[in-house]
Design a binder for this molecule. Structure first.
Ligand code: ADX
Ligand code: SF4
Length: 237
């Protein structure tokens, strides 16, 4: 889709839904695209809010288990299964790609170069994501504008050219306090790393807590330049 068409499309969907309750928009999407709506969860604060919102809707929920997640993330996954009884499909890296990569470079090569880091993210996240998105027309995510400069300019609806899919970010303009309040009011299980200074939570070796006042993404791939801190799941053209 060319850039002009893309922006017309994004504005049309974003503006026509902006005053509607999120629950209605989510429901409408599942009506419009039966069996073609999916939601990716990393069990973050935002994703837990969305899980509560979509728990009774006919859509596919999936997670990308990189094999390097925190124990706390697996605990949240278990709690989410017990509370919501939702079917969460896990996608795993292809051993044919992962095994030679680790054999040649070792288990933690991401600290040594940006190229190694990107290859690791490609193998453990981006390639499994492509499999997860196959056959779907709408992809729901927990992206928020507050997360990073790159995310500030997003629209709630985006056309994702590389994955040829409509993305919807229902909590794009929510503040952290709004997310926290919703979690509390609805007694939603959450990753308790969020109580220990972790804001954005990814793989354990590549995520750390941030200090008050630090940028939200400061805890991800902290040894790299700020401009390189996307793993390729969300490519913002
Ligand atoms: S990332 O690009 O830096 O890894 P981030 O952690 O901010 O992404 O999460 C943004 C959104 O991407 C989440 O709300 C979720 O929809 C999706 N996401 C990120 N990591 C995963 C994962 N491991 N499994 C499924 N979805 C994920
Ligand atoms: Fe590999 Fe780190 Fe990327 Fe996880 S975040 S896939 S461990 S480089």
């Amino acid at each position: 889709m060319d850039n002009e068409l893309k922006s017309i499309f994004q504005n049309l969907l974003s503006e026509s839904t902006q005053d509607k309750p999120i629950a209605e928009v989510l429901k409408a999407l599942t009506y419009a695209f039966p069996d073609e709506v999916c939601f990716s969860t990393s069990f973050s604060f935002e994703d837990q809010v969305i899980t509560e919102m979509v728990k009774n809707l006919p859509l596919k929920i999936f997670t990308l288990d990189t094999g390097r997640l925190f124990e706390e993330t697996y605990n949240t996954w278990n709690l989410t299964r017990s509370k919501y009884k939702v079917n969460i499909k896990a996608y795993y890296p292809d051993p044919g790609e992962l095994e030679p990569f680790v054999q040649i470079n070792g288990p933690d090569s991401f600290y040594r170069s940006v190229d190694n880091r990107k290859t690791c993210c490609d193998i453990r996240k981006v390639h499994p994501l492509k499999r997860a998105l196959k056959g779907n027309k709408v992809w729901i995510t927990g992206l928020r504008a507050e997360h990073s400069a790159a995310r500030e300019n997003l629209s709630p609806f985006e056309w994702d050219e590389s994955n040829q899919i409509i993305k919807f970010h229902p909590l794009l303009f929510w503040t952290t306090d709004e997310v926290r309040d919703y979690i509390q009011q609805n007694q939603i299980p959450y990753n308790n790393l969020h109580d220990k200074g972790f804001v954005s939570i990814g793989c354990a070796p590549c995520t750390r807590a941030i200090q008050p006042g630090e940028d939200f993404r400061a805890g991800r791939w902290w040894w790299e330049d700020a401009g390189k801190k996307e793993c390729g799941l969300h490519v913002h053209q």
